[in-house]
Design a protein around this ligand. Structure first.
Ligand SMILES: NC(=O)c1ccc[n+]([C@@H]2O[C@H](COP(=O)([O-])OP(=O)(O)OC[C@H]3O[C@@H](n4cnc5c(N)ncnc54)[C@H](OP(=O)(O)O)[C@@H]3O)[C@@H](O)[C@H]2O)c1
Length: 268
């Protein structure tokens, strides 16, 4: 296999799934609580996770680094559902939020892990939107998604989306209550939820104390800021100085010049 294993620099005593041998060889130990919401982001050294209107910012920031893509695939492979904001869907044309899409070399092992965990073949994609501005021809939407929105958003969507999608209206107004969205997933038996952002969605999850863990790849690149709006991992909420969400370090891995952090996040 071309990819070298991650180097484990620190790891707390954590739950452990029985990973297929190839996945365990590369990553080491990984597991989650029976009910959990965890995020995965890649950031530049200077804390940038988005690049204004440039599409696929995460890929650019990681330099499409294979170990980062492998970890994206592995974290997706563990999840019942992958939750994203409509901003991330719009900013990532052509993407599929499946394990095999980001790291096809180990697609079979990801499916084997899902099967061993009793998960469906692929995680359910969940998209939240207030505007209903969802591209019906985006491949991830064509493949099928659960679209969570408000009554107004559902009206705006109408019957534009393919039959592979389900639209669920949660409340009315400018945006849905993200706690109710998570509760809806739980009621459907989707208890292990990965969120791949973006920053506006993460801001709400952290503010509501709903994000249990955060995986963060630090890419060895400096992105800079000038004219574009370039966001950090959390947007739309101010926490420090009064409500800093202090977290606990769970693991640190290194692969080449990239650093891979895992934190238990605390309510703000
Ligand atoms: N570096 C990384 O790892 C990484 C990861 C993910 C994303 N990104 C980047 O992040 C950028 C997008 O981030 P973002 O923060 O602007 O977008 P986002 O959080 O993905 O999406 C925001 C949108 O989601 C919908 N939304 C969020 N909360 C909602 C709620 N409570 N109720 C109803 N709808 C809700 C709204 O959609 P409507 O506008 O449709 O109402 C809102 O405008 C992109 O550039 C993407 O590439 C980077």
């Amino acid at each position: 296999m071309a990819l070298e294993p991650f180097e484990v620099l620190y790891e707390a005593d954590l739950r452990e799934y029985k990973l297929p041998a190839d996945l365990h060889h590369l990553y080491g130990r990984l597991g989650f609580a029976a009910r959990v919401v965890y995020s995965n982001f890649v950031s530049s050294l200077d804390g940038v996770v988005t690049l204004g209107s440039k599409p696929s910012a995460g890929s650019i920031i990681s330099g499409k680094y294979p170990a980062d893509r492998f970890l994206m695939g592995l974290l997706r492979a563990c999840a019942d559902a992958v939750l994203i904001g409509a901003g991330t869907l719009r900013a990532t044309p052509g993407h599929l939020w499946t394990p095999g899409h980001v790291f096809p070399d180990l697609a079979t092992e990801f499916i084997a892990l899902r099967s061993a965990l009793g998960r469906s073949r692929e995680p359910q994609l969940v998209v939240v939107t207030a505007s209903g501005d969802i591209d019906a021809s985006h491949p991830a939407i064509v493949k099928g998604a659960l679209v969570m929105t408000t009554a107004e958003g559902a009206r705006a969507i109408g019957n534009r989306l393919p039959k592979s999608c389900e639209v669920v209206a949660i409340g009315t107004g400018k945006r849905l209550d993200i706690g109710k969205a998570i509760a809806e997933l739980t009621s459907r038996g989707q208890n292990v939820v990965l969120t791949e952002g973006g920053p506006h969605l993460i801001g709400q999850l952290i503010e509501r104390g709903l994000l249990d863990e955060a995986f963060l790849t630090i890419s060895p690149v400096i992105a800079g800021r000038k004219d574009d709006k370039r966001l950090g991992m959390v947007e739309g909420v101010e926490l420090l100085p009064d409500r800093g969400a202090w977290s606990k370090l769970l693991s640190v891995r290194r692969h080449g010049d990239h650093l891979f952090l895992r934190h238990r996040t605390a309510p703000a």
